[in-house]
Design a protein around this ligand. Structure first.
Ligand SMILES: Cc1cc2nc3c(=O)[nH]c(=O)nc-3n(C[C@H](O)[C@H](O)[C@H](O)COP(=O)(O)O)c2cc1C
Length: 360
């Protein structure tokens, strides 16, 4: 009841919030965090929950960048309706990122641009926060190397090693997402930037990941929708060779040719409706070339039930959203859960037979 009200009222809330935070949209994010804490404090969350069927064959989480520092209360995720939490991207040391404002809204295109530059509190602080939050949902940690490492391949590897060693035994994380696709770092920042090329260097990074995976966590590579076909082919070959479990398709795009972005001098990565087609191109290429070899987490402009339905038809059952939540609000999650529930009913027999096979 209260959730329905929230879902319906969100456009109004969004209008006021967008107006007050027009100069610095990041303030809206801070506001949401404050509201999330108030909801947790006054225990209102249980009235906002959407009913999910179990077993959950489908997964929905907020994408990396939403909760960079594991700051949001556990209660927020619970009532919002996601069933996985993504934290980060984190780097070894604290990183301030670019100066504000570093996010811009393009309402008519339902698109955001961000050039945040990976701000985060550093892995030690973030892992401390995560412990305190005591999440009862599975957690993915998104990791990246520091944006100031320009063409220092050995330094990047040393950083990755430190980071992976630090989290190696943390049993509150069951997936690692390697952010290979932040568009807001220098071109010669090899690990983070797609233009850096995926040769020996990525091979070295993946070797480290394998060496520091005592807990057998699933490893995902988050890739850029701007990859040329040959770059994608190179990357997939390496990912396959290293037994990488899956791909997050995709990060933001440096293409700015959305309606309001045309002929303007913009910086940063675009997310939301505008990135949808680019991430779909990547998805189709990966499936065409590798079939079901990689587990795919789809992300990028998933702003309607129709888009989710299309993806489910292609065999996707793991999703992330960020910008569509900002434009559509919690109603998007309510609608998607309803869709998941319908599919979970339809596919229940598959789950039961899988469970029986496992027990035999
Ligand atoms: C403000 C903002 C910050 C982001 N920060 C990160 C980040 O730290 N690491 C990362 O891998 N992706 C980051 N992303 C990219 C998102 O995780 C996601 O891949 C992208 O926004 C496309 O999905 P969407 O259309 O649902 O927003 C960020 C996106 C936004 C809008």
């Amino acid at each position: 009841m209260l959730r329905k009200l929230l879902d319906r009222l969100y456009p109004l809330v969004r209008g006021v919030m967008f107006w007050f935070t027009a100069k610095d949209p990041e303030k809206a994010h801070q506001l949401i965090e404050i509201i999330a804490f108030q909801i947790a404090k006054y225990k209102i969350g249980r009235f906002l929950q959407v009913k999910r069927k179990t077993p959950a064959l489908f997964s929905l989480s907020l994408a990396a960048g939403f909760d960079k520092n594991a700051a949001f209360p556990a209660d927020f995720y619970h009532w919002l309706g996601v069933n996985r939490i993504v934290i980060g991207s984190v780097t070894v040391k604290q990183w301030i990122g670019n100066s504000r404002p570093r996010v811009a809204r393009f309402k008519s295109d339902k698109t955001l641009l961000n050039w945040m530059g990976l701000p985060n509190d550093g892995v030690v602080k973030v892992m401390g926060n995560l412990k305190q939050k005591n999440h009862y949902l599975p957690v993915t940690l998104s990791v990246a190397t520091s944006p100031d490492l320009h063409d220092y391949r050995q330094a990047e590897l040393d950083e990755f090693k430190q980071l992976l060693s630090f989290i190696e035994t943390a049993n509150d994380i069951d997936r690692i997402e390697i952010n290979l696709s932040c568009p807001n770092v220098a071109d010669n920042n090899m690990a983070n930037n797609t233009k850096g090329g995926y040769g020996e260097h990525i091979t070295n990074i993946l070797t480290l990941c394998k060496e520091h995976n005592k807990l057998g966590r699933l490893i995902f590579l988050k890739i850029s929708p701007d990859l040329e076909d040959y770059q994608l082919a190179d990357l997939l070959k390496i990912a396959d060779k290293f037994g990488i479990d899956g791909l997050v398709i995709s990060n933001t795009t440096t293409n700015h040719s959305f309606k309001a972005g045309n002929n303007t001098n913009l910086k940063g990565g675009a997310s939301g409706d505008f990135v949808y087609l680019a991430s779909q191109r990547l998805l189709k290429k990966v499936i065409a070339e590798y079939g079901q070899r990689f587990k795919i987490i789809l992300c990028g402009g998933l702003s309607s039930v129709y888009k989710f339905e299309q993806a489910i038809k292609m065999g996707i059952n793991d999703f992330q959203i960020y910008t569509p939540l900002i434009y559509r609000g919690p109603i998007l999650i309510s609608e998607v859960i309803r869709l998941f529930n319908e599919h979970e009913d339809k596919h229940k027999h598959r789950y039961i037979s899988r469970k029986n096979n496992n027990n035999n």
